[in-house]
Design a protein around this ligand. Structure first.
Ligand code: SAM
Length: 236
């Protein structure tokens, strides 16, 4: 019997909750977010980023429809599921791990034609999107690496200097995590830069209905899950 995505994931039900030397949102978060918003992101583009970017964007343009980004898509199961959910859109799943992207061969059912996964570095991909003025209709940051040590704030997406660029892309931006502090910080940073009220919400999900392998693993392990989402104002 072929292994299904559900079988593949449900084996993992003993994942440990995030531990951190932070007990609440980082005390320097607002200062860091403000500093990044004042200074345009200037890192040079990587020559390795051009081919995967062009490949993914050309695939979207050939297909047509609105664009959905699945940032840090891991094995790409969420990208595939988003493609099944948003049939009028084209989904690009991006991950830097070739190992994870290559594991997506065992899924059952008809393969949707409206998605692609691509190996690329997100900061470079987001920069290229901003330069090309490509605007996603929806943008998912699903269970990003939490970087839970206090000294790692700048590695969390809301503490990273690319954060204002992500916001300028616009669209429905949604982040989910099993670390409440990550979502509290993300919601606070979104509110700080947009002036909009962004609640951090408990996210109750049946493991069988989870969107991603990490979501399924955490839900099956009994973790509390958290989410925040915003409709970003257009920057043009
Ligand atoms: C915790 S996993 C979550 C994967 C998936 N979203 C899920 O929920 O199952 C985080 C993923 O983000 C990817 N990632 C982290 N930083 C990245 C970066 N700078 N560029 C591209 N991918 C990145 C990792 O390779 C990893 O697959």
């Amino acid at each position: 019997m072929p292994a299904s995505a559900g079988m593949f994931i449900l084996m993992q039900t003993d994942s440990r909750p995030v531990t951190s030397n932070q007990t609440g949102p980082h005390p320097h978060l607002a200062e860091m977010v403000a500093r990044h918003a004042q200074h345009p992101f200037r890192k040079p583009l990587s020559p390795f980023g051009e081919q995967p970017f062009d490949h993914a964007i050309n695939a979207w343009r050939s297909h047509g429809g609105s664009l959905i980004i699945d940032a840090g898509c891991g094995v790409g199961l969420s990208t595939r599921r988003l493609a099944q959910q948003f049939t009028d859109a084209f989904i690009i799943g991006i991950d830097q791990s070739a190992n994870r992207l290559q594991r997506h061969t065992r899924w059952e059912g008809a393969e949707p034609s409206n998605y692609i996964t691509v190996r690329a570095e997100l900061v470079d991909f987001w920069q290229r999107m901003a330069l090309a003025r490509i605007r996603p209709s929806r943008h998912y940051l699903l269970y990003p690496n939490p970087w839970p040590k206090k000294a790692q704030l700048q590695r969390r997406w809301h503490g990273h200097s690319i954060f204002p660029t992500i916001l300028r892309l616009g669209g429905h931006l949604e982040c989910r995590s099993n670390w409440k502090i990550y979502i509290d910080e993300m919601a606070s940073a979104l509110t700080q830069l947009t002036g909009l009220d962004v609640p951090a919400e408990a996210w109750h999900v049946d493991p069988a209905a989870a969107l991603t392998p990490f979501e399924q693993k955490y839900a099956a392990s009994g973790h509390s899950l958290w989410r925040c989402a915003i409709e970003l104002p257009s920057s043009d």
